[in-house]
Write a protein that binds this ligand. Structure first.
Ligand SMILES: [Fe+2]
Length: 274
């Protein structure tokens, strides 16, 4: 009897996981920024991360439609869009191919791009870069992108585990008089980025703490930290703001639980942080 109960629980959990891992949630978040220029009131950022080579629907069309439905002013992708093992980047390029909106698409790499077996070959790296560029994507690993006619710039860095690196040496220069938004895969750089003057930092990597515990938040980060402080959502600290998404895909080691894949739509508004 005990054995049957255990089998029933295991099957139930597996079915739940299968359903949950396909059920994309569109999460709308408002971020208040003090002295936001009037031109940027209501500016819309679609933020996705950690696809890990997953497809939602045939050739990622279902995911592309959800992003397009946000009608964003810009799409930001904050790393681990390609999985480190057994992924040739096609799930990402299919997503980009199927987006219909004409908004800028900005991308930075994560630790999985760095350790990818497929990307370790130069020819594959070049092919992915060409594909991303062909589908209108700006790779911001160490570069900046400013939106024409608006006082807003985006800056990115290639993912690195080096705790001692200096952000001003690996990211494009901030622009005076503009809102400066940083795309950084790991939220552990939030404090350094805030102190360097970035107004908003977009991150992923933590997968929302993998397992979401009601009233307690995320249980574990991929860096094996229990109850990570920055797990998912909006945080206001160090005079800046962090938006961290739990992302879209999974790794084999850390499958998410009670933690649906998400597309985040950020709306910037003027006001005191809350
Ligand atoms: Fe990561």
């Amino acid at each position: 009897m005990k054995k049957l109960t255990l089998i029933a629980c295991a099957v139930g959990l597996a079915v739940h996981q299968l359903i949950e891992h396909e059920a994309i949630k569109l999460v709308e978040r408002t971020i208040s920024i003090k002295d936001l220029p009037a031109d940027l009131e209501g500016f819309r950022i679609a933020h996705i991360s950690d696809l890990h080579g997953k497809r939602f629907g045939n050739r990622n069309i279902r995911l592309a439609k959800i992003i397009d439905s946000c009608d964003p002013d810009v799409l930001c992708m904050t790393g681990d869009m390609v999985n480190g093992t057994k992924d040739d980047g096609s799930a990402l390029t299919e997503l980009l191919m199927n987006l219909r909106g004409k908004y800028p698409r900005l991308y930075v790499s994560g630790n999985h791009e760095n350790r990818s077996i497929w990307l370790s070959e130069k020819a594959n790296r070049d092919r992915l870069s060409e594909d991303l560029e062909m589908y209108g994507t700006e790779i911001l690993d160490g570069r900046s992108y400013c939106i024409e006619g608006l006082p807003i710039c985006f800056h990115g860095m290639k993912d690195s585990r080096d705790k001692h690196l200096k952000l001003h040496e690996v990211m494009g220069p901030k622009r005076d008089g503009a809102q400066n938004i940083a795309l950084i895969h790991r939220p552990s750089r939030f404090e350094a980025a805030a102190k360097a003057g970035y107004d908003l930092i977009l991150s992923g990597h933590i997968h929302g703490g993998v397992v979401r515990i009601p009233f307690a938040g995320g249980l574990l980060s991929p860096d094996k930290v229990l109850f990570p402080r920055y797990d998912k959502g909006i945080f206001h600290d160090f005079g800046s703001a962090l938006c961290i998404t739990s992302g879209l895909g999974n790794t084999r080691v850390y499958p998410k639980l009670m933690n649906r894949p998400e597309v985040v739509l950020i709306r910037l508004v003027s006001g005191e942080a809350k």
